[in-house]
Design a protein around this ligand. Structure first.
Ligand SMILES: [Zn+2]
Ligand SMILES: [Zn+2]
Length: 379
């Protein structure tokens, strides 16, 4: 869903702030809703480029995006990948990694919400990618994640003003936070450059946060992962995103879950499939075998004599839990009969003897008699 911000703006990763601004202006004019009435694609594009620009124009955000966001697009993920610094704790370490970047999910916010309102002060939503194992998805788990974020400054209680002083109404926008400006054909409303949309200016900025009202801090959060979550499940932690500027409301944190591929089980919705190899002799004579199940235990299945490859067994209720339900999917065991290899001379001898003793492959015989009917019907 997320697209590379540089690509969106059509600039290189080393583009100067000026290039970014130029590229943005050009695209914004092209996709501006005033020029593309009732065109949903243009509207979407307009929002996307706005957001990409919002991030890339801010040196701090751009650096964070370069560092954490890139991993999500280049596929270079792994336990020691770029996100390793933010690995969740409390899992076995290689099993989880995450990276984070500012992400805007609330489309209404860039489109100029309530003019003069506090919308612009709201902190960014954050995205945290979390990879879990199929077993964790099966049983549910509590993950502890460390999220780099900004929190409200304690020294000034988020106001941005040195304790004892008070913010004043901005003289440029008279407290509205936004100003109107002519840009080409359009009158656009944008954040006031004097107060950056706050509507207030600070004479004596707080020394701890340099007037921002928030400071960078890594915070630790517990995330409850319910049993049965699927790949792509999104968990929202309300108010756990970036702190707002100068007392604005905090954004939300979205945890995006990826369920890692399992070596033995393949999930298909609520059901789980497992392929179990058995020997030719087990298949021929029948056998009781133990198969692994996701609860970490084993289930016993009886293979009937003469079972063929592809034969399936259903273990009712041994699949994944279904979220918001007490039901469970099923588990399907499919057997594959393994052809013997690396035989000793003695084993080969025995098999030749076995073959001589009589016909044992009804399906093959049926097949070859049909072939004979087709091609050799003369004699
Ligand atoms: Zn402060
Ligand atoms: Zn202002």
């Amino acid at each position: 869903m997320a697209q590379d911000y540089y690509e969106l703006l059509g600039v290189g990763r080393t583009a100067s702030p000026d290039d970014i601004k130029k590229a943005f202006r050009k695209l914004a004019m092209q996709h501006h809703p005033d020029r593309n009435r009732d065109n949903k694609d243009a509207e979407k594009k307009f929002k996307e480029i706005n957001h990409a620009h919002d991030v890339l124009k801010d040196p701090e955000k751009r650096a964070a995006y370069d560092r954490y966001g890139a991993a999500a697009f280049e596929g270079g993920n792994g336990p020691n990948g770029p996100g390793a610094g933010f690995n969740a704790q409390g899992f076995d370490f290689g099993s989880v990694f995450g990276e984070i970047f500012d992400e805007m999910f609330n489309g209404g916010r860039s489109g100029g919400g309530r003019p003069g309102g506090r919308a612009d002060m709201r902190g960014q939503d954050l995205r945290f990618n979390l990879e879990i194992t199929l077993e964790q998805a099966y049983g549910g788990t509590e993950a502890t994640v460390r999220v780099p974020s900004s929190v409200s400054c304690e020294a000034c209680h988020g106001a941005g003003a040195e304790p004892g002083s008070k913010p004043q109404q901005c003289p440029t926008c008279h407290g509205r936070g936004r100003i109107r400006a002519q840009q080409g054909f359009f009158t656009v409303e944008r954040a006031c450059h004097t107060c950056h949309g706050a509507g207030q200016v600070i004479d004596k900025p707080c020394k701890v946060c340099a007037g921002q009202g928030r400071v960078r801090r890594e915070k630790t959060l517990k995330v409850n992962i319910p049993a049965g979550v699927e790949d792509g499940t999104r968990i929202r932690l309300s108010g756990e995103g970036e702190a707002g500027t100068r007392g604005g409301p905090a954004g939300d944190l979205y945890v995006f879950l990826t369920v890692r591929r399992h070596g033995l089980f393949e999930r298909e919705g609520p059901d789980v499939h497992c392929r179990v190899p058995i020997s030719m002799v087990q298949a021929t004579l029948g056998a009781g075998i133990e198969v692994p199940t996701l609860d970490g235990k084993a289930a016993r299945i009886n293979i009937p004599a003469g079972a063929q490859s592809g034969h399936q067994f259903r273990l009712r209720g041994k699949g994944m839990p279904i979220m918001r339900s007490t039901q469970r999917g099923d588990m399907y065991i499919e057997i594959t009969v393994e052809t013997p290899t690396n035989l000793t001379a003695k084993q080969k001898e025995l098999l030749k003897e076995f073959e001589k003793a009589g016909k044992t492959s009804p399906e093959a015989e049926g097949f070859f008699s049909k072939v004979k009917e087709m091609f050799g019907g003369d004699d």
